[in-house]
Design a protein around this ligand. Structure first.
Ligand SMILES: C[S@@+](CC[C@H](N)C(=O)[O-])C[C@H]1O[C@@H](n2cnc3c(N)ncnc32)[C@H](O)[C@@H]1O
Length: 346
């Protein structure tokens, strides 16, 4: 699908979240309290123009430099700006002028409300991140909310994001996935595409693309099935199923293709803000505060070699290999019902 068609959909056709025809934007009841709090400091016009499909607010962000791919009118940028605080920075990139106009129109309003100015917006294509005026290896976290499905070259987006992350940095993003490859005729339907359905990747192709881009062990944080609130559109996509999934992809050297057991364990100290009782790395790793938690080598690295390291004690090393680490993910998100505690929705 051409960029102009998507720009037209987000710049001219849609006027507010209420115009969307799926349940992609879910209700605020599902959000953690700290997210509700930061969203209460976001301007109403920005909130009205929110078209995301998940929650892209990972923990432990204070002081971080964050990039939002396809930031739209800036809801997540302004929420994240509060989480990174005055020492951090959030940069948004989008290709649609009308969306960026709304985001920029309220930059001063948010700076005054927060007591600091730490946001920037760039006009650009997420398939061409090397054309942005930002340094390679300069971001701690890259987020994106319901955008990569709209990209014309999804692998280029993942490769570009990998290049912009610092070592130990993380891509944490929500997007729509299909339970199979989307037929070409469906992918050419402008409304289905604009609604973030027919540009969606088949979930297993996404895992392949992510690994090829250098993100060796993608971790699913949460998923929920999308419903289409319009019977005519629903009939056009049948029998495909779509879901909104949130993944975290770490830029780490030495991740293995499978979860291997070296007899290691971690103990979460309970020190990450908003997570005093336990920390959820993904949908199958919830670590209770103070309790030794056995981990595979990859999970160990995701905690020891990232911004999370100060919040854990680490037991063991890589000296002895005990075989495969059983039950450490890898299957279809459509078969998984879990979500990392409190991180499930938008
Ligand atoms: C579904 S909306 C989501 C916007 C925002 N993330 C949010 O949660 O409200 C998709 C956004 O991605 C932008 N977009 C789509 N494809 C893009 C591309 N290839 N490069 C840059 N921005 C893109 C659109 O302009 C639109 O603002």
């Amino acid at each position: 699908m051409k960029h102009e068609s998507v720009q037209n959909y987000y710049g001219k056709v849609l006027e507010s979240s209420a115009d969307l025809q799926t349940n992609a934007c879910c209700s605020p009841e599902d959000m953690p309290e700290f997210v509700k709090r930061v969203l209460s400091n976001v301007h109403d016009e920005v909130l009205m123009r929110y078209y995301g499909c998940g929650l892209v607010m990972p923990l432990a962000l204070e002081g971080a430099r964050v990039l939002d791919l396809g930031c739209g009118a800036g809801r997540d940028v302004y929420a994240l700006a509060q989480l990174v605080g005055p020492e951090g920075e959030v940069v948004g990139v989008d290709m649609t002028d009308e969306q960026l106009d709304v985001a920029r129109a309220h930059q001063d309003w948010h700076a005054e409300r927060f007591g600091f100015a730490n946001t920037q917006f760039h006009n650009g294509y997420i398939e061409q991140l090397d054309e942005l005026p930002v340094e390679a290896g300069s971001f701690d976290v890259i987020v994106s909310n319901c955008v990569i499905n709209l990209a014309t070259d999804k692998e280029a987006v993942l490769r570009g994001a990998h290049r912009l992350l610092k070592p130990g940095g993380e891509m944490y993003f929500s997007d729509v996935y299909a339970d199979r490859r989307v037929p070409k005729a469906m992918a050419e339907d402008e409304v289905l595409y604009g609604e973030c359905l027919s540009g969606a990747l088949y979930w297993n192709d996404f895992l392949t693309f992510a690994k090829r881009a250098g993100f060796d062990d993608p971790r699913l944080v949460s998923q929920r099935e999308l419903t289409i609130e319009n019977p005519a559109l629903e009939a056009r996509v049948a029998p495909l199923r779509f879901n909104s999934s949130t993944y975290r992809l770490f830029k780490l050297d030495g991740l293995e293709t499978a979860c291997e057991d070296y007899g290691q364990a971690v103990i979460y100290k309970g020190t990450i803000e908003h997570a005093p009782h336990g920390f959820a790395l993904d949908d199958h790793h919830y670590m209770e505060t103070g309790k030794a938690f056995p981990v595979c080598g990859n999970t160990w690295k995701m905690l020891a070699e990232t911004r999370h390291s100060a919040h854990f004690e680490f037991i063991g090393d890589f000296a002895t290999h005990y075989g495969i680490f059983e039950g450490c993910g890898g299957e279809s998100p459509f078969e998984r019902d879990g979500s990392a505690g409190g991180l499930s929705c938008c």
